[in-house]
Design a protein around this ligand. Structure first.
Ligand code: NAD
Length: 445
């Protein structure tokens, strides 16, 4: 739901006033509406990759209007840059400049998505330079787009084609309104694993999912989004949040499990509840988390240890239980934070726990993959919750100025959409990675 400021700067007389005063004028973002078109107009496919034809055929099959050249003056819904076969920096010029030429036609809420390869240490230097250059170019382009448009990329492992299931799923996610607050990011597809859902509106049909910390905030949004996408949902929170938890369980027609996740046997309790009530466990979302902010000079052991215990050690212990139980195909998504990447004053304990989550998923990927599953993290930036709504308008406006790309915080729903995508079987080729949902800003909790 858009807040008052967003409404004011986008409508009528106050829109013109905001323009005259030079106030930041964030756009209302294009978010997923069931049944809505994937993109707001034709798709322009640029670049000379041999994979272009196959990708074009697939997108035509999705009902998209695919063009190989910009034509006329009409709006374009998305620009796809096929850069997966560039061998030297000189090859970037033509497709990048062609994209630049078409940008004026990009519709509000439009998308730019690149396909590229990882720049490895054993590549020829010119090839690695070109590949890494794409990263910088796409992130910079993200900062130039307006009207809620975003630029992101799919990075294909050496033996993965642009039409591999997870590459297509990543493309669909990035084109869609589900990625509204994902900007300047790259999804790495490392294997040809995964399959696209039979019904793109219900990618989690038949799945049983557990969401921790689901009594409120981002956790409640995750539970609702997984339910919308077809999953049966178990919501978990501390006994003290029991009433709110029961409400969320009702809203998602799921079951509630009152549990402190720092308990030694939390993993076993979760498995027992999911299997006895719903027959299996397919998805776990490690969302429960706490902050106990203090400058390190004033930090006490209780504040440091409780944050590490809830945000990180509990997840490590539950994952061990899940792996030991040998649950087939289990997909796990853990909540990190941009604080764990960029650091945040007063959050050494929290950033240690969230940086820790990023390391944990990277090192746990092989273990989950061995049982046909996977584990990834989502790192939210500044997410507008009840808490941020209480920040005075002036302070919030300044915070938005520090977010030059989209000029606004994200919503819990935006985090939930990224989690829903990574939890789906179609994302099986993505493992051990962390996706930022931050509107290309490093400000966040
Ligand atoms: P929140 O405080 O609103 O909700 C967290 C929930 O976790 C609460 O319901 C709480 O009762 C539950 N919880 C805490 N300790 C628990 C325990 N030991 N056992 C079971 N449940 C427990 O937080 P939120 O803003 O919705 O954040 C959710 C997640 O997203 C957290 O991991 C947080 O670190 C992360 N995150 C949030 C933001 C943001 O801007 N809000 C940004 C980055 C990351």
């Amino acid at each position: 739901m858009a807040d008052k400021y967003l409404e004011l700067v986008n409508t009528g007389f106050t829109k013109n006033l905001a323009k005259t005063l030079g106030l930041p004028r964030p756009s209302i973002l294009r978010r997923h509406t069931p049944g809505a078109p994937l993109v707001p107009g034709p798709v322009l496919l640029l670049g000379n990759s041999p994979a272009s034809q196959g990708l074009s055929d697939t997108m035509l099959g999705w009902g998209l209007d695919v063009r190989r050249h910009a034509v006329g003056e009409g709006k374009i819904g998305a620009i796809i840059l096929m850069l997966d076969n560039v061998a030297e920096p000189g090859e970037l010029s033509e497709p990048m400049l062609a994209a630049g030429h078409a940008l004026r036609q990009l519709a509000p809420g439009g998308r730019v998505v690149s396909f590229s390869r990882p720049a490895g240490g054993t590549d020829a230097p010119a090839q690695a330079a070109a590949r890494q250059g794409i990263d910088g170019a796409v992130r910079s382009l993200g900062r130039e787009l307006r009207g809620g448009a975003t630029a992101n990329g799919v990075v294909l492992g050496e033996r993965v084609d642009a039409t591999a299931p997870s590459a297509l799923a990543a493309l669909r996610f990035l084109l869609s309104g589900r990625s509204a607050y994902v900007d300047g990011q790259f999804l790495h597809v490392d294997s040809t694993d995964g399959e696209l859902p039979a019904d793109f509106e219900k990618p989690l049909a038949g799945k049983v999912a557990v969401v921790t910390g689901a009594a409120r905030g981002i956790g409640a949004a995750i539970a609702k989004t997984l339910r919308r996408d077809g999953a049966t949902v178990v919501v978990v929170d501390v006994p003290a949040a029991g009433d709110a938890l029961a409400k969320v369980a009702n809203q998602v027609s799921g079951t509630a499990l009152q549990l402190d996740i720092t308990r030694e046997d939390a993993g076993a309790v979760i498995i027992e509840h999911a299997t006895s009530r719903h027959g299996k466990l397919d998805i776990v979302i490690h969302n429960a988390g706490i902050t106990r902010d203090k400058l390190l000079a004033n930090m006490d052991a209780a504040k440091w240890n409780s944050v590490i215990a809830v945000n990180l050690e509990s997840q490590l212990r539950m994952n061990e239980a899940f792996l030991a139980a040998g649950l087939p195909g289990l997909r796990v998504v853990a909540l990190a934070s941009t604080s764990g990447i960029a650091g945040n004053r007063g959050q050494t304990n929290y950033a240690a726990s969230k940086g820790g989550v990023i390391g944990m998923v990277r090192a746990s990927a092989a273990g989950f993959a061995a049982r046909g599953g996977g584990i990834n993290a989502v790192a939210p930036g500044f997410i507008e919750t009840d808490m941020t709504a209480r920040i005075p308008v002036a302070t919030r406006t300044v915070a938005r100025m520090l977010m030059p790309s989209l000029m606004q915080g994200g919503l819990p729903l935006d985090v939930a959409e990224a989690i829903g995508f990574l939890a789906s079987d179609s994302a099986a080729g993505i493992n051990g990675s962390t996706l930022r949902v931050c509107g290309q800003s490093l400000v966040g909790a």
